[in-house]
Design a protein around this ligand. Structure first.
Ligand code: G3I
Length: 361
């Protein structure tokens, strides 16, 4: 079996995961110590002390060419689906890690870090969860989930999205929180407890709050920025460790965007002692006709956005939500879109060149 096609050995590799792999997952830049192919996004980012990576679904890695591209270009991978409640926590006392173990094993064999995504979210949950939380058992259920996942992947996961998308200003709450089944069952306590548990069971990992919509300059973006800053402030005041804000960065050419306004938000994060990281980056060009013009407009926004984030903050991790347009969730809406660094035939695009150039600065 070639080094790259570890998936067939998922079972053996999973044993390693349960028994514990190499010590010290640490921050995701830890994998930069190993040699990377010159001219790759991994090498360019690592040279400046940053980790580049991509979201991946296990099934995508069955294609050897794509698995090889991910292994060469990335220092970090993130399961886009396999580590979520709906996939791993099938019933209150039933966990199923098969698909997730295979992805984490792929990362280990190829010397990649893993971002854990995500310990608490209001979507992609099993049917049984909301009622059980509401029934008063939320703390034990949350503790069982966090302890099991953080324990199993303690030596593989360098950074956890502990909570995902917990704010929603449109829900009309004065604190800007999303009125989810988590909040209904536990109030602010589920947020504080999630980070306390993650710090206990994943002490070496970076603990992240992950959300979308803080990147742009429209009114709704500013409402989300205020709600996110308010939540981060409350968590800090509650004494829990939140190391970074995961800026999902689902961008679109033509949306309101201002480097000045983004710079001010990054300064606000710095005042709170919270590092920004880029966690789900893609740039939609669906408003632009013609491949040539679309690709160049997409590349320009990759450049403008990342130049601002990387020069105006201590961001040390940039992850795209897929490497090739072939696997972008955005193509469900527009099959002609080209939001990622490589096209559907795995050929590098202007966006790839833009990333290389920005990482090299
Ligand atoms: O692969 C299976 C297929 O075998 C099965 O037949 C089919 C039946 O429904 O499901 C397929 O899995 C789908 C999976 O994506 C494929 O990767 C799931 O249905 C589908 O729910 C899942 O959607 C994911 C979504 O989160 C919900 O978990 C997307 O891939 C993923 O890109 C998206 O990612 C989210 C982040 O977690 C949070 N930020 C927003 C982002 C985009 O929505």
């Amino acid at each position: 079996m070639t080094r790259r096609q570890v998936l067939a050995a998922g079972a053996a590799a999973a044993t390693w995961l349960v028994s514990g792999g190499p010590a010290g997952a640490g921050a995701c830049t830890g994998v930069c110590t190993t040699e990377a192919d010159a001219g790759t996004l991994r090498a360019a980012a690592c040279r400046r002390g940053r980790a580049f990576g991509s979201g991946v679904a296990t099934g995508e890695l069955a294609n050897p060419e794509y698995a090889d591209l991910v292994a060469r270009q990335c220092a970090v991978v993130v399961p886009t689906w396999e580590m979520k409640w709906g996939q791993v926590h099938k019933a209150p006392d039933v966990f199923d890690f098969g698909s997730c173990d295979r992805l984490v094993a792929f990362a280990r064999v190829n010397g990649l870090g893993v971002r854990g995504h995500t310990l608490v979210w209001h979507r992609n949950h099993p049917e049984w969860l909301p009622a059980r939380l509401a029934g008063g058992g939320w703390r034990d259920i949350l503790a069982s989930h966090v302890a099991t996942l953080c324990g199993r992947y303690r030596h593989a996961v360098c950074s956890w999205d502990v909570v995902n998308e917990a704010v929603e200003p449109e829900d009309g709450r004065s604190d800007g929180l999303r009125d989810s089944f988590w909040l209904k069952a536990a109030g602010f306590g589920y947020l504080r407890t999630a980070y306390e548990l993650a710090a206990e069971y994943a002490p070496e990992a970076e603990l992240v709050y992950n959300d979308y919509g803080c990147e742009g300059d429209a009114r709704w973006n500013h409402r989300r920025r205020s709600a996110v800053l308010h939540l981060l402030e409350r968590l800090k005041k509650a004494g829990v460790r939140v190391d970074a804000l995961g800026m999902q960065s689902h961008l679109r050419v033509g949306d309101a965007f201002s480097t000045r306004s983004l710079g001010r938000f990054l300064a606000d994060l710095a005042d709170l002692g919270v590092k920004p990281i880029v966690t789900e980056l893609e740039v939609r060009g669906d408003r632009i006709r013609g491949v040539h013009d679309k690709d160049r407009a997409v590349a320009a926004l990759y450049r403008d956005y990342l130049e601002t984030v990387l020069t105006r903050s201590n961001c040390d991790s940039v992850v795209t939500w897929g490497l090739s347009d072939r696997h972008s969730w955005r193509l469900d809406e527009d099959p002609t879109d080209r939001p990622l660094p490589f096209d559907s035939t795995l050929r590098a695009k202007p966006a790839y060149e833009a990333l290389l150039a920005v990482f090299g600065k």
